[in-house]
Design a protein around this ligand. Structure first.
Ligand SMILES: NC(=O)C1=CN([C@@H]2O[C@H](COP(=O)(O)OP(=O)(O)OC[C@H]3O[C@@H](n4cnc5c(N)ncnc54)[C@H](O)[C@@H]3O)[C@@H](O)[C@H]2O)C=CC1
Length: 394
């Protein structure tokens, strides 16, 4: 580990006990010094603060993995265009960040730490700005999407089909962010549930979560003809280029969306490739995409779809969660099988546990970071880092 990386990790850990206060101070200071930036952010800042903390944690933890760090920063830079962040804003953010670290580092803060952070921030900002400028050559900062389909299932689920005003390039397995007119500057992520289509349309599977501003608006108050604002496609739940072996896709509820896109991609490009899609839902109402999955299966020799229902004993089929189904699979998972998992965080964790018990190597198991991760996850990682940190380097 380079000495600068170690200094950054250790000084970051000093903030652990006050991570929430530090992120509030950071935005307070940023907006006090640059009031014009306040208009770029949502009225309620709690989730934004969590996101910032999570992003910073992710960056600090990736310092030893330059490829992963650069990819992450480039995505962040591209994504920030939709907020209206411009190159000149980065210096303001850097000044507020260093001031925050200095304040919360307290008596431990040293000029050596400040120099390491300043250099790291400049490098990160340059990567983000570079990615944003490269993206600006061929893509708008955001898209306007017209809702051309809106199907309701039960009281809290909807499948939306959206046609962007300009081509929105995406790869099967990626997600986009969505803003509704009801909640300006509040963005939420949804996976695109289809492989790229000739007409450019995007399908989203949306569950209205309790207290969810955007999900509630999309399910209950959006209709055909409405317009939504869309951010660029991001995310890594895409097929590994090098892998050509069997695929096991394990979905829970609306976590089906990115895996359905992967199944469509394979059906279109490698119809003979063996793909087993296991989809677990709670009740039969949640089997909203079953007709399309069966149609896909009928047209694709290599695709097999298994569904299981966990909370409805009257269901005339497999009972249990997707993880339970895997536990009972009688066929072995070949060493070249890649597994993709998507769904509620607890379901993903349980499924990954079952797969590990069945001997699937960790590098063959792929899943996304859930957006709805515990808000305190970043602070918890600070604490973990602090406990494991060695003596300060300086
Ligand atoms: N809508 C989208 O585009 C995407 C959504 N997601 C995530 O997928 C989740 C989907 O939520 P819902 O549809 O409400 O799912 P849900 O709550 O209806 O659950 C889906 C399935 O997961 C099972 N499950 C729940 N907890 C489990 C556990 N601890 N162990 C094993 N199985 C468990 C349930 O029994 C059910 O079979 C959300 O967390 C969402 O963030 C992930 C990727 C894309």
């Amino acid at each position: 580990m380079s000495s600068d990386s170690r200094i950054i990790k250790e000084s970051f850990a000093l903030m652990a006990p006050e991570a929430d206060k530090a992120s509030a101070y950071f935005y307070g200071r940023l907006f006090a010094e640059h009031p014009q930036l306040r208009t770029l952010f949502p009225p309620a800042m709690d989730r934004q603060r969590d996101r910032m903390l999570r992003a910073l944690t992710r960056i600090v933890w990736s310092l030893e993995d330059p490829d992963s760090l650069t990819g992450y920063l480039r995505d962040l830079g591209r994504d920030h265009r939709k907020l209206g962040i411009r190159p000149e804003h980065y210096a303001a953010v850097g000044t507020a960040l260093i001031a925050t670290l200095r304040k919360f580092g307290g008596p431990w803060w040293t000029p050596r730490m400040e120099a390491a952070w300043t250099a790291a921030f400049s490098a990160a900002a340059a990567t983000m700005i570079d990615a944003a400028e490269a993206e600006a050559e061929h893509s708008p900062p955001w898209w306007v999407g017209e809702v051309v389909g809106h199907e309701r299932y039960g009281h809290d689920l909807a499948v939306l089909t959206i046609r962007p005003d300009q081509p929105l390039r995406h790869v099967a397995g990626q997600h986009i962010s969505v803003q509704t007119a009801r909640w300006p500057r509040v963005w939420r992520r949804y996976s695109v549930a289809n492989a790229p289509r000739p007409d450019g349309a995007l399908t989203l599977h949306v569950r209205a979560v309790p207290g969810g501003w955007v999900s509630g608006a999309l399910v209950r108050y959006t209709k055909v003809g409405d317009r939504l604002t869309l951010g660029p496609a991001m995310g890594g739940l895409t097929l590994q280029a090098a892998s050509g072996g069997d695929l096991l896709l394990v979905a829970g509820g609306t976590g089906l969306a990115p895996l359905k896109a992967l199944a469509e991609q394979v059906a279109a490009t490698e119809p003979g490739r063996r793909v087993h899609l296991v989809w677990g839902v709670r009740t039969t109402v949640d089997l909203y995409a079953l007709p399309q999955l069966r149609a896909l299966e009928a047209g694709c020799a290599g695709l097999r779809v298994t569904v299981a229902v966990s909370d409805d004993p009257s269901f005339d089929g497999l009972q249990g969660t997707a993880a339970d189904v895997l536990d009972r699979l009688d066929e072995p998972l070949g060493p070249d099988t890649d597994v993709y998992v998507s769904g509620p965080a607890a379901m993903v964790a349980r499924t990954v546990g079952v797969l590990r018990d069945r001997g699937v190597p960790p590098e063959r198991i792929h899943h996304d970071e859930p957006e709805e991760a515990e808000p305190q996850v970043a602070a918890a990682r600070f604490v973990e880092q602090r406990v494991t940190a060695r003596q300060p380097a300086i």
